[in-house]
Design a protein around this ligand. Structure first.
Ligand code: KG4
Ligand code: ZN
Length: 315
């Protein structure tokens, strides 16, 4: 049994997962409401809230279960937020003399596919699209991946969040745009996404296109909001799908998977019906995926992990 802990951004999460990928518990305390009035995550506010939530969230996930290993997101993320999780994980592991596994959050997103019942077996080509990252990965085994392409500027989730802000919608914006887009015409506006060479992405241009459309509409924006949301979502999804299909062609992969918060998007899932995707609750940040990834990473024995650090960067 593995206790997973995740505090890299604005979700305080803990989960218990078995060695063969069965989820025993999966607790996520979202801070979204706390950050909503700022229109985005305020790092210092997030750290302080993690500190308040970590003990009750872990207690709820453990709920009397005995665990053999503790896993924690050690990178990448907000450094203050990560440190709360890493410190808590060290204390929990050391008090029980358990091994500790430092997990890369991006590996965690991929490992959401290894949880039961999906239990996806590599090889596959994976689109990882979240608030902080947009990458295409070649996954040959469960221990890691090779990066085929990445965003040159904004992440796809970030484009959704910034777009939602321009439209006066709430935070986080992906889910709100997704819902509103269902009532709009995706052909109403032509929002071009920059065509960058290879398997990389760029989303800053489409965001600027939306900004100009909103500016030109003035006080008409509210009336056209659903059309704007639908057209904007269409542009982002098309760019993601085009590159994902190109990556699968290049690698010759027979399976395609999508992970990360943006993989919860209903249009993306509809356009890629054959793609493997985790259930919605495992797309956005959670600790079950962190415990899942830990099964394929070498554990650090006590007391060596007491010197373990957190890092803001992915590598
Ligand atoms: O994976 P995640 O929870 O956190 C990071 O690691 O960044 O991803 C959060 C991102 C946010 O940008 C959010 O707007 C986006 O995922 N998101 C969505 C949807 N649900 C969440 N984007 C599009 N459609 C959705 N339904
Ligand atoms: Zn994430």
């Amino acid at each position: 049994m593995i206790l997973g802990i995740e505090t890299s951004c604005d979700e305080t999460a803990a989960a218990v997962v078995t060695e063969d990928g069965e989820i025993v518990s999966n607790v996520v305390a979202s801070q979204a409401e706390l950050h909503a009035r700022f229109g985005g995550v305020v790092p210092e506010v997030a750290s302080r809230r993690h500190l308040e939530l970590i003990a009750p969230v872990v207690a709820e996930a453990l709920d009397g279960h005995e665990v053999d290993t503790v896993a924690v997101t050690a990178r990448p993320g907000l450094i203050g937020a990560l440190l709360v999780g890493v410190s808590a994980a060290k204390a929990l592991a050391w008090s029980r003399r358990l091994p500790l596994v430092p997990v890369n959050h991006l590996h965690g997103h991929v490992a959401s596919l290894y949880l039961k019942p999906l239990d996806l077996q590599p090889p596959f080509t994976c689109l990882l699209a979240s608030g902080g990252h947009t990458m295409l990965l070649d996954v040959q085994d469960r221990g890691g991946y090779r990066v085929l392409g990445t965003t040159l500027d904004d992440a796809a989730g970030e484009a959704f969040d910034k777009g939602a802000r321009l439209l006066g919608l709430g935070y986080p914006g992906g889910k709100e745009i997704d819902a509103l887009a269902k009532q709009g015409d995706p052909e109403a506006y032509d929002f071009p996404v920059a065509r960058v060479p290879g398997l990389d992405f760029s989303f800053s241009g489409v965001k600027t296109a939306l900004l100009y459309a909103v500016r030109d509409l003035g006080d008409q924006v509210k009336a056209r909001r659903a059309d704007l949301a639908a057209s904007y979502q269409r542009a982002i999804v098309q760019a993601l799908v085009r590159k994902t299909e190109e990556a699968a062609r290049q690698t010759g992969a027979k399976q395609v998977a999508v992970v990360g918060g943006v993989a919860a998007n209903s249009e993306l899932r509809a356009v890629l019906p054959a793609a493997k995707a985790p259930p919605l609750a495992l797309c956005t940040d959670n600790a079950a995926m962190i415990a899942s990834a830990a099964r394929y990473v070498e554990a650090v024995p006590p007391p060596r992990y007491l010197a373990l650090d957190a890092y803001a960067s992915a590598l």
